[in-house]
Design a protein around this ligand. Sequence first.
Ligand code: NAP
Length: 355
Amino acid sequence: MTQEGQRVVLRRHPIGALRPEDFSIEAQSALAPGEGEFLVRTLFVSVDPMLRIFIDSAPLGGTFPAMPPGTTIPGPAVGEIIESRHPNFHSGEFVEGRFGWQNFAVSNGAGVNKVNRALGGPANALSIGGLPGFTAYVGLRSAGGVKPGQTVLVSGAAGAVGSVVGPLVQAAGGRAVGIAAGAAKCAYLVEKAGYAAAADRTAEDFTAQLARALPNGADLYFDNVGGPMLPRVLPFLARGALILICGLMDQYQGEDRSGPDHLPALLRAVMGKGVRLQSFTQAGQQALRPAFEAEMAALVAAGKIDVPLHVEEGIERLPYALCGLFDKAVAGKVLVRVAAPVETTTHSRIVEETS
Ligand SMILES: NC(=O)c1ccc[n+]([C@@H]2O[C@H](COP(=O)([O-])OP(=O)(O)OC[C@H]3O[C@@H](n4cnc5c(N)ncnc54)[C@H](OP(=O)(O)O)[C@@H]3O)[C@@H](O)[C@H]2O)c1
């Protein structure tokens, strides 16, 4: 069986803020799986901020090679296998993998996960059961886990990753405090996402809110945004706290957004309070998948996690959805549906985007 569809490619390396014109849509050539491969029809495609790094002309200051224009945008997607010549993957199975921004993909199974129905419908395999959920899990593990009574401060807390950090911290007996933009997202954190308290980064009394939420300081700062938020939270870190860099959302659209040099304040915290700084990546941590899925399934079954999904319709919406992530007004995970849904389950709560 062969299929034809569309794919979204990089048209040019973005300069500063992303624009939809940085991408173009092309017809996809017919694909057929070879021996040991399978063909996937994608249903939902994930929209992830880290893509902004990968499509830059000098990713993370040139740490990675630049992606040539014309390349299909990479990233996680969920789909249905429609033809298989692979012994362990079968037609009709739902799988999550780095299938990219395209209607069809051929895979040899590397890095592909079968959709775990204990984590909800297929779309949830890109949220709590996919990259954001796994990132939250691996991040807390890389920090040595959360001990009962410890306080974890999270920036970008109402995003896809932060929405999973809260329930994981709560389940470990810790106390999660979230930073988000606006009262609605802060209410979401406390009422739905396992956070003990939240601070509104757009409020005039943000610092006072942090002080109230962190009477004994934070033992761990799970940082999703970098930029000028870091010096603002330094006074609220406990002695010996760990700053865990998950991502630098504030800096992806251009280093000049970082503003003035905050290194002296960070170094004072390192020397004066024994604060430590480290990063982590979920990449290469596949061995943790079984433990991760078991823990997430327990949270789902107990009704302790429910991350809203914001679903846009049609492959042509992908560039717009990615651009919109950087001033996203909603809490939860953003996806684009590129083919008709096959089912919904009680755990797949789909909230339609209103834009
Ligand atoms: N280390 C890894 O292996 C790994 C893997 C996947 C993702 N990541 C990283 O994890 C981070 C979160 O990803 P995600 O999927 O949760 O993204 P997301 O759903 O887009 O959420 C990110 C949140 O960051 C906040 N934010 C955005 N721009 C900001 C700015 N300029 N200043 C302060 N806050 C800002 C927003 O919340 P408010 O506006 O409400 O504050 C937004 O909800 C990203 O940096 C991503 O690159 C890391």
